[in-house]
Ligand binder design. Sequence first.
Ligand SMILES: Cc1ncc(COP(=O)(O)O)c(C=O)c1O
Length: 484
Amino acid sequence: MNETQHYAISQYPDVDDIYRRLNALTAGPMRPVRRDKMQEYLNYFDTKCVRSKELTDEAKKLIPGGVQHNLAFNYPFPIAIEKADGAYLWDADGNRYIDFLQAGGPTVLGSNYAPVRDKVIEMLQTCGPVTGLFHEYELKLAELIHRFVPSIEMFRMLGTGTESVMAAIRAARTYTRKKKVIKVGGAYHGWSDAMVYGLHVPGTGRLEAKGIPRGATANTQEFFPNALGALKARLIANILLGGTAAVIVEPVGPESGTRPVPFDFNQKVRELCDEFGALLIFDEVVTGFRIGMGGAQGYFDVKPDLTVFGKCITGGYPMAGGVGGRADVIMRFAAGIGGTGERAYVGGTLSANPLSCVAGYYALLEMERTNAPVKAGQAGDRLTKGLQATIEKYGLPFVAFNQGSICHLETSGVMLLDLRHPLRLAKGLKPRKHMMEEMGAAYMANGLITLAGSRMYTSMADTDDVIDEALGKFEAVLSSVEGL
Ligand SMILES: Cc1ncc(COP(=O)(O)O)c(C=O)c1O
């Protein structure tokens, strides 16, 4: 491991033990919130979230589903947020929440961090958000990313994680002249045609690929999480099928480590890629800078050929993504100076605009100066230890674990179902998904915002007092489940 003291993970989780517990959770009966208590939590939304309800009811007429992004959908209805500051969010009715969504991960400094906001305002007053031409902060941000993550010899900035994954795959195919791309089943790498495959539930292939022609996913393949033997088998079979251009993984495991990987997993995937001449792509949309300034690749000490970043590179400001890595591969994107003639086409009018670049530059500098990833990791450790103690206290089957500031609290186990246990999947998918939604609502009614009721991102703003306050609220919910 590379300079452990600079990383958010203080101790790597005991992955075998986690899977033992998760397996018991999904094999056993569900333990949802007691019906009387759940009714009380749902009453909170009807009585205390009136303005949110009005707004989202109106929104449903113009915005499909009432919200523009699935993260914003909450049971029983979405909450409209009006104010964000550090560890807290306030909704349109003035209710305060501890924010463990943190915009889906990027705000390691905490929400709406003033020193970065000030720099963005300064930029808006001088240059505005976009000119379509080169700005010095593009270079400054690329230099910073290269300094923190040395495998990034060159960097192409784009607007989102989704398009950065698309670009990485295109570069890998252009460079290797091979076709197949292998991902871990269940992993989310954005919503591009090729990546809506084996989404969320491992082994489900094209289940979610509505509106996507077969041809678009014909060269995408998945293997079950951590099944290195299956990955090798695919790489061998692909030799006669056009070859493997790339293997793409989230280095802590799919869905931000919801299915954690053994510590040596990434190294083994690296070795397999080398053996079969495939490029290794790390999707660090969440882990980049959250696990540490060196990314998860620094923590695991494994060098990918290409790295995809997303919202993290601007600290959460809009238009955030990019792909970096080996210069000989990234040069396939060169439009002008020194182009290889073998161009992988990428673009984006708003990519690398001055606003995003200045936000990213100062967000990353501040994260380094304040040691934010490590502080957020300490908050994640405190939260997880507290949750584990509550689970133990009430004798619950639930499972809490963390990779630094990425914390998981599995109560329904729905995120762990897959086609290796088809009966469990068929019987459990719907009710367990609903239970997870209910847990999210119960946490929210107690003043906690989580990611879909099972994941929490901590930030530097989560002081011990914030975490202790949160633990009290979690205990209120966890002590109100059926069977106690
Ligand atoms: C691991 C991972 N990859 C890719 C993406 C897609 O990023 P974006 O939402 O910016 O398109 C996400 C989004 O949450 C993600 O978590």
